[in-house]
Design a protein around this ligand. Structure first.
Ligand code: SOE
Length: 387
């Protein structure tokens, strides 16, 4: 058995940087069973990808993902390119026998997501999807509290994911606003996260009904985008926005719990505000990404007169992943969730364990998102398993 894992990464912008950083850090803070070689990063713009390779610490670079996937010296293909590339790259990588990590949403639609799952299963390679917020220590603690019965029977899951980075009507028409490239707007980009967390923490969905809106229908054609910032040339031509700016939906879970979900890129002042609250027969928990190191917990069993939400700072050695980092109280952040997910992925490969979350979770998430789309189109409740 080899003791190293050779990585090839497709994509070098926002997620490409987050994943590169995770690969660099994981061996420094954790004890992964395999040593990583950051072999090659891939992107279409040679100058930009070369610069990224040097800056992020890759041995080399490729400008064609087809070449990267074919290389014999690569064991893992990590896909952080825009969503319209996921399917083709993942299928080629699986057929070449590579393990695959893929950013969310898995594909542009449910049909493609299912096809990807079939192919990776048939190729018998490991497959994981980038639902990174599962790996925040506070979210893992929430899961532990639920599994231990501390919240009791769950009645409500209430979530929002609010951003405002496109609220200016002059913000350019970036790929995230093009259905052919992104699949959907706030619904798939932001909604995918809180839907996955709902499945992780509460359980499977039964039925959904939603509504959505595109507030700004046309925007200037983009010139350059990095992260979530972008520029357009003065007097640039306008193009059509083909995705939702906001999607809101309600859900009923199979265990009887009720869910409400709001995703928008038009909530002025909210930068990356993903929040959920879970209310059960024995208590409640709530979490906000912008306060990632904290979990609020209320127990109905607390002494009368002293009841109230307590603020748990999830940085003690007994908390999930916390002992790998800094002394208690020395908080971690967004980028650490990627380190944790990569650590789990490496261990799944090294020990031949199931990955979690896998492409199967990606498919389930797509099924729920698509059921919401169908409900919007038909203006009626849709049973998720009917799709
Ligand atoms: C942009 O809306 C984005 O970067 C998402 O694509 C990420 O998944 C989310 O974590 C933050 O916002």
């Amino acid at each position: 058995m080899k003791d190293t894992l050779n990585i090839g990464l497709v994509g070098y912008k926002f997620m490409g940087k987050a994943h590169s950083n995770a690969f660099r850090k994981v061996g420094m803070f954790f004890e992964p069973s395999l040593r990583l070689n950051m072999k090659a990063i891939c992107g279409r713009d040679e100058e930009w990808v070369k610069e990224s390779a040097e800056k992020f610490g890759w041995e080399g670079y490729e400008t064609s993902w087809e070449n990267l996937v074919k290389r014999d010296d690569i064991d893992v293909i990590d896909i952080t390119a825009p969503s319209n590339f996921h399917k083709e790259i993942a299928i080629a990588a699986a057929e070449a026998g590579k393990h695959i990590f893929c950013e969310k949403p898995l594909a542009l639609n449910l049909k493609d997501a299912r096809e990807m799952l079939e192919v990776v299963k048939k190729a018998n390679v490991k497959h994981q999807i980038g639902f990174n917020y599962r790996f925040a220590p506070a979210v893992q603690l929430a899961k532990k509290l639920i599994d231990e019965g501390k919240i009791g029977k769950i009645y409500h899951y209430r979530a929002h994911y609010l951003q405002d980075f496109i609220i200016d009507p002059c913000f350019p028409l970036v790929w995230r606003l093009d259905k052919d490239v992104a699949g959907s707007g706030s619904h798939g980009d932001l909604g995918a996260h809180f839907v996955d967390l709902a499945r992780f923490l509460v359980g499977e969905f039964d039925e959904v009904i939603g509504m959505s809106e595109t507030f700004i229908k046309e925007r200037p054609i983009v010139e350059r985008m990095t992260g979530l910032t972008a520029t357009a040339q003065e007097g640039a031509e306008m193009g059509k926005v083909t995705v939702d700016d906001a999607t809101i939906f309600m859900a009923r879970f199979k265990n009887g719990a009720l869910g409400s979900f709001e995703a928008t890129r038009f909530a002025a002042g909210h930068k990356n505000d993903m929040f959920f609250e879970i209310n059960g027969s024995k208590g409640s928990i709530r979490f906000s990404v912008e306060r990632m190191n904290e979990l609020e917990y209320y127990s109905v069993e607390d002494e009368e007169g002293l009841q109230g939400f307590r603020l748990l700072q999830v940085t003690e050695d007994i908390h999930p992943y916390a002992d790998a980092w800094w002394p208690v109280g020395h908080v971690i952040g967004y980028e650490h969730t990627f380190v944790h997910e990569m650590y789990e992925f490496i261990e799944a490969i090294a020990k031949d364990k199931p990955t979690n979350p896998s492409f199967n979770d990606g498919v389930k998430c797509s099924q729920i998102l698509e059921a919401v789309d169908v409900s919007i189109e038909n203006r009626q409740w849709i049973e998720v398993d009917s799709l």
